[in-house]
Write a protein that binds this ligand. Structure first.
Ligand code: 5GP
Length: 140
């Protein structure tokens, strides 16, 4: 994509230039804990492709991404023990997107618990690692 910024934060995470609490990785996809979670167990899943948003992905990559989102969402649901899981995917600043590398949010939801603020409160990486340790072994 011509307007893809190779210095966006997720591109840096993919290159290993910025840290993340990794959940899962294969040839096409990386999943890691959201640093400003909207709920405990908030995970991001990104493609290893230079794509600002979903419309930039080719069919093959879009399929691989959604299949891994489904796999990881199952693991998040089991690890957190939440009755609901919200999948969110924002395209463009008008839609609320703040990082311009395609991604899915996997956000655990509990009855009667409000969704936390979007990209607002920084979590402790040590606490994120403890949650990641529960999720990783459940990805099948
Ligand atoms: P968007 O607003 O683009 O849909 O979501 C971007 C997400 O990336 C937000 O939920 C935000 O908390 C998360 N985020 C922003 N910077 C970082 C970072 O450096 N590391 C991680 N792990 N998540 C980030």
């Amino acid at each position: 994509m011509s307007d893809y910024d190779r210095d966006n934060i997720f591109a840096k995470i993919l290159r290993g230039e910025m840290p993340c609490v990794k959940i899962f990785e294969d040839n096409d996809t990386l999943a890691f804990m959201d640093i400003m979670p909207q709920a405990e167990g908030h995970v991001l899943v990104i493609p290893k492709a230079e794509a600002c948003d979903m419309m930039d992905l080719d069919d093959a990559m879009a399929q691989k991404l959604i299949v891994n989102v489904q796999r990881i969402a199952r693991a998040v649901k089991s690890a957190i023990g939440c009755p609901g899981v919200m999948l969110a995917q924002l395209n463009g600043s008008a839609a609320g997107q703040t990082v311009f590398h395609t991604h899915f949010h996997i956000i655990p939801r509990h009855n009667g618990v409000e969704l936390g603020f979007h990209a607002k409160n920084m979590a402790d990486p040590g606490e994120l690692e403890k949650i990641a340790e529960k999720i990783r072994p459940l990805i099948s």
